[in-house]
Design a protein around this ligand. Structure first.
Ligand code: SAH
Ligand code: SF4
Ligand code: F3S
Length: 468
């Protein structure tokens, strides 16, 4: 598929939104506090940082409890049915609070809202929702909220403009020491089970200069780690010559101590990228490389664009170039037509690769995707038994990986103080595994060299390397 050129939100539109934010701040009936509830992936978490940035620029203050906020915004996900049901359950719960406090404003946005049937459903069934907007309308939040408060009528805005990029949106970052940078939006892969291309639009990449500028600003503010985000970062194409390997090289030169990225699609993981990863000074030795299934037939039905042996070849190349790399992945079990033998191909793949960790999901049919209509839908009880077996295989794989790390050194970016064990801190090593060790508040935000001493189920224990 040829790529659509992105359309940047114009400076005039940016100015219109800035003015709307100012007008809003002077409205007498305006809400004063907000609370955002976020579902879904890290992209959505970062979108919520932008939504919070916009709301603060409009003079709203964050309320830590949703029950107390004047405006509650749900940033939703629809990747699987349970993500959607959880969001709707919570929105409905707020409806009861609104009965006692009619001034409460309820907003919903994000991927769930972008689905055509959901936009209609909100109009007809969820009349208590005051504001709904899709993934392509986020930057319009100031003018949408102004309309809501001034006209005292519900506002629904779900546009069809799929290839927009909004730069210059204020961001309220959640973490002081690590930060998200979206490098590309949307997805063109159309894996047969996945709703993302429909709700996030066509693949479009930010200009490399904008990304580098953002990274430089983050470095100045003391950020120790950046996470580059995109549904398929390997196919980043910001402009002529602005490929993902080139972007990584340029970011590596800025000097932020740690760089990560996700998600990497196996079909686009090139030998060139593997070499750049190996040569990079700051890239962490961890890669999330979602495989989804170990069976060639299932991979083909999923439209993933690689076979088991191609995937295994890439894993081999990665490990040759970076012997200490840790791999994580995603699996879907119970894909339509998946036989017992094909499922067992996933089990053997776990053994063959050896993962640090994995997210496993039971296939969930999504409206509008090909797989939802495929014959051979797998019964829930069968899928659930397969899931148990997969989790067992993965637990073994994780335990083996962790055992292999005992005695090795790691660099931990300390994130928090342990609530249960006094005098203990924890953070992530470069391989993205949680590591705990002795420490104090002073360690938070610092990178500490350690030696791994033992392994538990989801964490490693370590000792500081003396004299460092
Ligand atoms: N762009 C990323 C993944 C985004 S969605 C990639 O290609 O890897 C995150 C994960 O959700 C997917 O890797 C997949 O394992 C899972 N997923 C997506 N759609 C699903 C569905 N309909 N049912 C079950 N799991 C699904
Ligand atoms: Fe979904 Fe596939 Fe795109 Fe990932 S690559 S977001 S799984 S369509
Ligand atoms: Fe969910 Fe949308 Fe992310 S569907 S997983 S929030 S891109």
């Amino acid at each position: 598929m040829s790529k659509l050129a992105p359309v940047y939100v114009s400076p005039e539109e940016e100015e219109r939104q800035r003015q709307a934010a100012q007008v809003f701040a002077s409205l007498p009936d305006r809400p004063r506090t907000y609370h955002i509830v976020t579902y879904g992936c890290q992209m959505n978490a970062h979108d919520s940082e932008k939504l919070a940035g916009i709301l603060r620029s409009m003079g709203l203050a964050e309320s830590p409890q949703r029950e107390d906020a004047d405006f509650v915004l749900f940033n939703t996900c629809c990747i699987r049915d349970n993500a959607e049901r959880r969001a709707l359950g919570n929105v409905n719960w707020l409806k009861e609070i609104k009965k006692d406090r009619p001034s409460l404003l309820i907003g919903v946005c994000g991927c769930m809202v972008q689905q055509p049937h959901m936009a209609e459903g909100i109009l007809k069934q969820y009349k208590f929702i005051d504001l709904a907007f899709g993934t392509h309308n986020m930057h319009e939040l100031p003018s949408l909220l102004c309309r809501l408060v001034e006209e005292k009528q519900r506002v629904v805005s779900v546009s069809g403009q799929e290839n927009l990029i909004a730069e210059g949106v204020p961001v309220r970052r959640l973490y002081p020491h690590h930060a998200f940078i979206t490098i590309m939006y949307g997805c063109d892969n159309f894996c047969s089970y996945c709703v993302v291309p429909y709700v996030r639009g066509r693949e479009r990449s930010r200009r490399m200069s904008d990304i580098l500028h953002e990274a430089e600003e983050l470095q100045k503010s003391g950020v120790q780690e950046i996470m580059l985000l995109g549904q398929n970062v390997n196919s980043y194409q910001g402009g002529p010559g602005e490929t993902f390997p080139n972007l990584l090289k340029a970011l590596d030169g800025i000097g932020i101590p740690r760089i990560r990225f996700m998600t990497s699609h196996p079909k686009d993981l090139s030998q060139e990228l593997i070499q750049v990863m190996a040569d990079s000074r700051h890239l962490c030795n961890h890669l999330h490389l979602p495989v989804q299934s170990g069976s060639d037939q299932v991979l083909q039905a999923m439209n993933r664009g690689y076979t088991r042996s191609v995937y295994l070849d890439k894993v081999r190349s990665l490990r040759e170039a970076m012997p200490q790399i840790g791999l994580t992945t995603d699996f879907i079990v119970g894909f339509p037509g998946e036989t017992e033998d094909q499922f067992e191909d996933s089990l053997s793949l776990v053994e063959e690769v050896g993962y640090d960790a994995a997210f496993s999901f039971v296939f969930s049919p999504r409206k509008g995707t090909c797989a939802a209509l495929m014959p051979g839908q797998v019964e829930a009880s069968v899928a659930s038994r397969r899931m148990d077996r997969l989790l067992e295989a993965l637990a073994k794989s994780t335990a083996q990986s962790y055992q292999g790390m005992i005695g090795k050194t790691e660099q931990v970016l300390v994130e928090s103080i342990s609530k249960r064990n006094k005098g203990q801190v924890s953070g992530k090593g470069k391989r993205n595994i949680t590591i705990t060790m002795d420490g104090t508040q002073e360690d938070i935000g610092h990178i500490v060299p350690v030696t791994i001493t033992s392994a538990a189920v989801n964490t490693l224990r370590a000792e500081r390397i003396k004299g460092e």
